[in-house]
Design a protein around this ligand. Structure first.
Ligand SMILES: [Zn+2]
Length: 155
């Protein structure tokens, strides 16, 4: 008998934040993806900024929420958010696993609350905060509009 490939319905058990959680294959794949550095949506935003000769720094760990992209002198920061983990409202990517739904809702709520705290803290420091969603990075015109907001003079 040959070893069968894991099917889409395969369940994987892992320990997350001290909880033993069973994942379906789709959720597990997402979790693996989120750990990667320089995720593709962020690269798309960086590329779009560079194309407009807009200068920026990445990995701004000393700012609240570690914005993905920032230009301190010009007073703006950009978060490039994955729709799934950061819960893009109304987005088709913002699904919730059926298994352990309560656990996931708590985790997602914590992510959303943390994002809101970071934005508030940055605004208090005087930054213009722009959030660009993963799905927007796949739409060049929309991405260009979002990036355009960075260069509008402050009111
Ligand atoms: Zn989205």
């Amino acid at each position: 008998m040959t070893a069968a490939r894991p099917r889409a319905t395969a369940v994987i058990e892992r320990v997350v934040d001290g909880h033993r959680i069973r994942f379906d294959a789709e959720t597990s794949r997402r979790m693996a993806g989120v750990r990667q550095r320089d995720t593709k949506p962020e690269l798309l935003v960086r590329r779009a900024l560079s194309a407009k000769s807009i200068r920026f720094r990445i990995k701004n760990r000393d700012l609240p929420g570690s914005p993905d992209i920032a230009n301190r002198a010009r007073g703006w920061v950009v978060f490039v958010h994955g729709c799934y983990w950061h819960r893009h409202p109304g987005c088709h990517r913002t699904t919730t696993p059926k298994r352990n739904a309560a656990f996931w809702r708590a985790k997602f709520d914590a992510n959303v609350a943390r994002d809101a705290r970071s934005r508030r803290a940055l605004r208090r420091l005087g930054f213009r905060v722009v959030t660009i969603w993963e799905c927007e990075t796949k739409q060049p015109e929309r991405l260009a509009r979002r990036i355009g907001r960075l260069t509008v003079p402050s009111s």
